[in-house]
Design a binder for this molecule. Structure first.
Ligand code: ADP
Length: 328
């Protein structure tokens, strides 16, 4: 391996991505490609634990893959694939489930959250989710998994499962994944309060047109204490200012910081500037996206090719796993 090791990360097929996904996850995925061999998985099987119908899975997988590719995932070097294309993961999940204590699974906070969210559908898959996640990670001999603070307990769980398996079968065949803590930027939605997300409809879609983006920015909530144009504002608590820091040139950020505090610039003007800078930043992404989206067969080829490459690694791992378990 030429690089520092292998990175694995998976995300559920949530369709068109928004600025929160982009700034909080995708940009990091893109950057990791420089130093690591990356394996990025669209986890459609995990999605089955919560979806009511599979009707939209294909479309959502396609839209998400297009966004990732347009944002800079390079499929020639990175393995980009769909989880269900590598059925070996279900087999490994079963073997790992036999070395996993039930109490550990029921104790995980995410399981409890899901039970609260969908009490009418507490399926076995919800409980086994972290075991399947562990199988995803170790199947590809992953060295490093990038995680934010909220995912840290799951990675610790995965490491414990690996240790249990290796101990039970007196082997070193599975690699304990290392955690790469990433500083997860929490992007707030246009309401300025909650984390940006589709369910709250407070998001800005990456694929939206410049006009749609400008309209969403116009709806962004600013410092609520600033009632009139002549009131001074407080950029420190304003989400528009936070976005300026990401998308605007340094001089303009400083200008907004100074002028907002003394009511030299109004929110309308401030948002117009932000929308212009955001649109400029997203221009290359949009051009690439529309080019990719016009060739759905090529996207499918990329995912199929990724699946083949992932499966070759997975099959090799499974030979070693079955061997270590002395399966007849
Ligand atoms: P998943 O169920 O796979 O976490 P999400 O769409 O919620 O699906 O998130 C995908 C990725 O995007 C995750 O890494 C998540 O942390 C990141 N993400 C989503 N929304 C935001 C946000 N508002 N700010 C920062 N990161 C976000």
């Amino acid at each position: 391996m030429s690089k520092k090791g292998r990175v694995f990360s998976g995300a559920r097929p949530t369709g068109r991505q928004h600025l929160g996904n982009y700034l909080g996850a995708i940009q990091n995925y893109v950057a990791l490609q420089t130093d690591y061999d990356c394996v990025y998985c669209i986890v459609d099987v995990h999605a089955l634990t919560t979806v009511e119908t599979t009707q939209e899975l294909k479309l959502n997988t396609f839209e998400m893959a297009v966004d990732w590719l347009a944002a800079g995932i390079r499929p020639e070097e990175t393995i980009l694939f769909v989880q269900s294309h590598v059925p070996e993961v279900m087999e490994l999940h079963t073997y790992l489930s036999m070395v996993t204590a039930l109490g550990k699974l029921t104790d995980l906070p995410t399981f409890k959250e899901k039970v609260a969210q969908q009490p009418e559908n507490v399926n076995y898959g919800l409980l086994g989710y972290p075991v399947l996640m562990t199988a995803d990670i170790v199947l590809y001999k992953t060295d490093v998994v990038p995680v934010g603070i909220d995912q840290a307990p799951h990675l610790e769980f995965a490491r414990e499962v690996v240790r249990s398996f290796n101990y039970r079968y007196n082997t070193k065949v599975l690699i304990e994944p290392q955690v790469k803590h990433t500083e997860i930027l929490k992007v707030l939605g246009i309401d300025g309060k909650a984390k940006m997300g589709k369910s709250l409809n407070n998001h800005i879609e990456l694929a939206s047109t410049p006009e749609e983006t400008t309209a969403r920015v116009k709806d962004m909530v600013t410092d609520p204490a600033r009632m009139k144009r002549t009131d001074p504002g407080n950029p420190d608590i304003c989400n528009v200012y936070s976005m300026h820091k990401i998308f605007s040139p340094a001089e303009e950020v400083e200008m907004v910081n100074v002028e907002c505090r003394r009511a030299g610039i109004g929110c309308v003007d401030c948002k117009k500037r932000l929308a212009a800078n955001m649109n400029k930043h997203l221009e290359p992404f949009r051009a690439k996206r529309s080019e990719l989206a016009s060739k759905p067969d090529e996207i499918q080829d990329i995912l199929n090719d990724g699946g083949r490459r992932a499966r070759a690694i997975a099959q090799q791992t499974m030979v070693e796993v079955r061997d270590a378990m002395q399966l007849p």
